[in-house]
Ligand binder design. Structure first.
Ligand code: 5GP
Ligand code: MN
Length: 340
């Protein structure tokens, strides 16, 4: 496991960098990536960002978001160092980039996922960090470079996103202290919140209506699920990225411990988001299906139709709940303290 010093030395010792992050990038993926881009540029390095997916519209207000290039732009650029951000597994950067970027360079892996693979030559993995953005903040601080307003906007957006606006259990004292520093550096909290969460197109709200109609629950109400189909995307003029956050509605149901939201992909396979409240480990269930994530938020792809995928995920969660009951004779709810 690398320290901040080791990673800063690697930065010092090289000149050409490529940055990348996971497919379907979220606020933390983009925020951490853009802040690191700006930091390396200020150190006088050549830095290019290659992402499989474009920057989602809601993050295009962030400084440096124009710097993100598609995989096709690589065209012979061979960086000495590839920095991969917020990606528990290397393949999460996408197949094309894996093929073209990986063979030629040393990888620095910066991540906070509990299920993180140590796929880099250098691995800066901080499971206690709320977000990858928090790790980038620490890295820049460690170097002694001022954060500045532009990088503060990126990093605050990342921490805000990954902590669910400071509501999830990863909203640690450190996350709050760093957020305070970022506000001091010029972040306007209400403005960022508005830009990220209150600019929803009407089409997305219509999609939400369709998805919520699919709600299903086990008889005890502990496990709940929903799905989004290609037909719904077509009808409402939306895409798969538009379901981001919908799962929170399912988890917010009073009786629910474990929530599943499956999206039908264009090829008919399933992309699942998993969330739990207090005693089921969503990351373990995702890992069982070849995915990953955290205790409370995880995801995976399943090579099956959405109803079959839901059935498999629900069965796995149900088995875990049954086991907790069997082993202990106490209510599963009482396990929450041990897990958190
Ligand atoms: P989301 O459900 O918001 O897409 O993802 C929740 C969490 O699970 C994120 O931390 C994300 O990195 C992780 N995750 C989502 N999908 C996958 C996947 O297919 N594979 C892996 N390894 N992690 C995933
Ligand atoms: Mn993250």
């Amino acid at each position: 496991m690398e320290t901040y010093d080791t990673v800063l030395d690697v930065f010092d010792d090289h000149q050409n960098f490529a940055l990348s992050t996971h497919i379907n990038p979220d606020g933390d993926a983009i925020g951490s990536e853009l802040a690191l881009y700006s930091f390396l540029r200020d150190l006088g390095k050549q830095v290019l960002i290659f992402n499989t997916d474009a920057v989602p519209k809601i993050y295009q207000f962030l400084p440096f978001s124009d710097a993100v290039l598609p995989p096709e732009a690589l065209q012979g650029y061979s960086p000495e160092i590839l920095v991969v951000l917020d990606s528990g597994m290397l393949k999460r950067i996408g197949d094309d980039l894996c093929r073209s970027l990986i063979p030629s360079n040393a990888i620095v892996n910066i991540d906070h996922h509990a299920t993180a693979n140590h796929f880099g030559r250098y691995n800066l993995i901080e499971e206690e960090a709320s977000s990858t953005s928090e790790i980038i903040y620490q890295l820049i601080q460690h170097h002694g470079t001022p954060i500045g307003r532009d990088r503060a906007l990126c990093l605050y957006t990342g921490i805000m996103f990954d902590t669910g606006c400071f509501r999830y259990s990863n909203s640690t004292p450190a996350a709050h202290r760093i957020a305070a520093e970022l506000i001091n550096a010029g972040v306007s909290v209400d403005e960022i919140y508005r830009l990220v969460y209150e600019t929803t197109p009407a089409a997305r709200i219509r999609l939400l209506g369709d998805v919520l109609q699919t709600l299903g629950m086990t008889p005890d109400g502990k496990i709940a699920w929903g799905y989004a189909t290609q037909e719904m995307f077509r009808k409402t003029g939306t895409g798969r990225e538009d379901v981001d956050g919908f799962i929170n509605h399912i988890r917010s149901i009073d009786t629910v411990e474990f929530a599943v939201l499956v999206s039908e992909q264009e090829d008919g396979r399933s992309k699942a988001s998993l969330r739990s409240k207090s005693y089921i480990d969503a990351g373990e269930i995702a890992a069982e299906f070849g995915g990953g994530g955290h205790q409370r938020a995880a995801g995976c792809e399943i090579d099956a139709h959405y109803d079959a995928a839901i059935a498999q995920l629900v069965a796995s969660a149900q088995q875990r709940i049954n086991k907790l009951k069997e082993v202990s004779g106490v209510k599963p709810e009482e396990f929450s303290e041990r897990l958190n």
